[in-house]
Design a protein around this ligand. Sequence first.
Ligand SMILES: [Zn+2]
Length: 77
Amino acid sequence: MEFPFPYLTSGFDGDYRVKKDLMDILACPICKGDLVLNVVEENEEEVISGTLYCPVCKEHYPIDEGIPNLLPPDMRN
Ligand SMILES: [Zn+2]
């Protein structure tokens, strides 16, 4: 089986179902491009905290308490 997420090599525990679902849904709010997931904290089911990075916009979007914050940076305040 081919590993579909080369950017998830760190912390990969053999179960990426929720992460895969998450990444299928999420896109950069600015350019609608793919986001790169960087996991800081996770459990068996979901990513608790981390960041989503858009390499096109060079913008980081935080994941806090399992909820990704995809507001554009100038709308976060
Ligand atoms: Zn973008």
